[in-house]
Write a protein that binds this ligand. Sequence first.
Ligand SMILES: [Zn+2]
Length: 139
Amino acid sequence: MWEALKESDIALKEWNRPFAAVLVRNDEIIWREHNKVLTSNDPTAHAELDLIKKVCKKYQTDDLSDCILYATCEPCPMCAAAIVWANIWTIVYGCDNYEWPSNYKRQNDLTCVEVVKKSGQDIKIIKHILREECKNTFK
Ligand SMILES: [Zn+2]
């Protein structure tokens, strides 16, 4: 999660929002990504979604079932669905969606846990790792 937090610093330096994610396979980080919504004018340029697309393209696969995704914030419903489609084994996140500052757009109240539960897949979700540090990136 410390590595994801470093990536969220990069997002802020680029004038993007401090959402970031890293993907781990066999105890090794294979990708780092941060939110690029503001600089790319792409509302879907979330860290998790971009990460999944880039890793799948690089490794020529649509199956990331041997990977753990670390995200500084709870994945939104779009990203949670992409995580389900990619068969990512475990999601680890820092702070919850409701902990964003109020000037950030929130689109709905659908949680990551609810999206995963509805998928019927057995994806492990570990919440609140370095929660305060992740929350503090929004200050
Ligand atoms: Zn998202």
